[in-house]
Design a protein around this ligand. Structure first.
Ligand SMILES: Nc1ncnc2c1ncn2[C@@H]1O[C@H](COP(=O)(O)OP(=O)(O)O)[C@@H](O)[C@H]1O
Ligand SMILES: [Mg+2]
Length: 469
């Protein structure tokens, strides 16, 4: 019972059984009683008129033979048996006591008990009933034939209900046979349909197991537009996204290890050189300078990779507090003073105190460092750099602009990719990727606008709500 297949099959079986049961136990008895009522209604239609004829004959003192031929004639005409009963006072009031005339039999015994006759005496009017005589049902309608209050005779018109009961029994039998066939068919159809469904689900399950095992290649065939088909489509999309993520992850690892290996190889080369030969002091100083550069590169790369992995793992805490962009800009630009001097560049800050963002001051400073560092390293000496803040409705902007040669059109769309470097300067290509990710994390954005002779990066952050300023 733990499988969808069995449950579905059972459900279909139960529904069919309930439908057959309803037919058998409710519809058939209903049919039987309405057919019986129909028969009684026919008797009640003929009874008053015909009983009047008997009453007149009795009043006129007709002989027994005359009475018998009258009831026979009525029997022939109406198709119902006619019995005239005599009424006598009993211990519990007047009751039908003997047969005066009967259209069907020559007898005087009161074999049927004629409940309709008793009811007609009690009610003083026409009464009907159904009586069981020797296992067969009989419909009866009785009419009192007296002159005064209490009738002295009763005329009973009766008709056997065997045709009704035969019909009902036939219908019952047919419902049983048809029901049995329907149940078997339902069971088989339910089982087949359910099996087809569970097969499709099983296929999905197998595919999921494959994906869990790292196989992103085999898609599930989509064989219909129903819910399971939709699930298959969604599953295939998920598989595609996982495949992309997986290849991105592999690419990242390959790039990262390549980037790490280069400075490490170069460092170990120098260490060997220093160990084996004994270089003169000048060469030695040169080695150490290069080694320091490689160590710095390695350190920066390690920090960047750690930042990226934290961002990917959602483990980076980003605070939300009031950050006056002008203040952060002044502080970061001051840090870059010596570097700018080496590059013969000037960094100008154009900022008012008004531009305040709801952000993390350390992360904003980190983004600025990345942008200013790029403006100094990817441009020729003497390039002028401007850092500017502005307020734009609900957000504040920080622009880092340089009048370097600009970024080539084919690189513009890719500078934010991880490990993408657009020129010969030996960078890791992680700076802008980290900067954009940080901006997004703070609910902002980082966009590039560049043309020949100008490069502009704009960081946008949500502004501090007015009340909080
Ligand atoms: N101000 C700029 N002027 C020209 N090129 C730039 C500038 N900023 C970034 N780029 C280009 O974008 C690329 C990606 O930058 P980044 O992600 O910081 O990596 P990296 O600086 O390590 O190369 C750089 O290699 C460079 O080609
Ligand atoms: Mg950079």
């Amino acid at each position: 019972m733990n499988s969808v297949r069995n449950r579905l099959a059972l459900l279909i079986f139960v529904i069919t059984a309930a439908a057959v049961g309803f037919m058998y136990l409710y519809v058939v008895p209903q049919l039987r009683s309405s057919l019986t009522a129909e028969k009684l209604r026919r008797l009640e239609q003929v009874a008053p008129g015909q009983s009047e004829r008997i009453r007149v004959a009795m009043r006129d003192g007709a002989s027994e033979a005359r009475l018998r031929s009258l009831v026979r004639e009525i029997d022939q005409r109406t198709g119902s048996r006619v019995t005239v009963l005599g009424v006598r006072a009993g211990s519990s009031g007047p009751a039908p006591a003997f047969v005066v005339a009967d259209s069907a039999l020559e007898r005087s015994a009161l074999l049927p008990t004629y409940p309709a006759a008793s009811a007609a005496i009690a009610a003083g009017s026409v009464a009907s009933a159904v009586e069981s005589v020797a296992g067969e049902r009989v419909a009866e309608t009785a009419v009192g034939l007296g002159e005064g209050e209490e009738p002295s005779w009763i005329a009973v018109f009766s008709s056997p209900l065997d045709d009704v009961d035969d019909n009902v029994a036939l219908i019952r039998r047919q419902i049983l046979i048809a029901g049995l066939i329907a149940l078997l068919a339902a069971l088989a159809a339910g089982w087949l349909v359910a099996r087809a469904h569970s097969r499709r689900l099983r296929r999905l399950e197998r595919a999921a197991v494959k994906v869990a095992g790292g196989d992103f290649e085999t898609p599930i065939p989509v064989d219909s537009g129903d819910e399971v088909g939709q699930l298959a489509i969604t599953f295939n999309e998920m598989q595609k996204r996982l495949a992309t993520l997986d290849s991105a992850r592999k690419e990242f690892i390959a790039n990262a290890s390549h980037e790490l290996r280069t400075p490490i190889f170069s460092l170990s080369g120098f260490v060997e050189l220093l160990e084996d030969d004994d270089p003169d002091p000048e060469a030695r100083a040169e080695f150490v300078r290069t080694m320091r550069e490689q160590v710095a590169r390695l350190t920066k790369l390690t920090v960047d990779l750690l930042d990226l992995s934290k961002l990917d793992a959602d483990a980076l805490q980003v605070r939300r507090e009031r950050v006056v962009l002008g203040e952060v800009a002044a502080r970061v630009v001051e840090e870059f003073g010596p570097a700018a001097e080496r590059h013969h560049s000037t960094i100008q800050v154009v900022a008012g105190d008004a531009a305040a963002a709801r952000a993390d001051p350390e992360r904003v400073a980190q983004i600025m460092r990345i942008l200013i560092d790029n403006a100094l390293t990817h441009t020729p000496e003497g390039t002028a750099i401007t850092v500017e803040t502005r307020i734009e409705g609900e957000s504040v902007g920080l622009l880092v602009v340089d009048d370097g040669p600009g970024i080539e059109p084919r690189s513009r769309g890719r500078v934010f990719e991880r490990f993408y470097t657009g020129d010969e300067v030996s960078g890791s290509g992680l700076g802008l990727a980290i900067a954009r990710e940080l901006a997004l994390r703070m609910g902002g954005s980082l966009e590039l606008r560049s043309h020949r002779g100008r490069t502009q990066f704009e960081l946008r952050l949500p502004a501090v709500a007015r009340a909080a300023v």
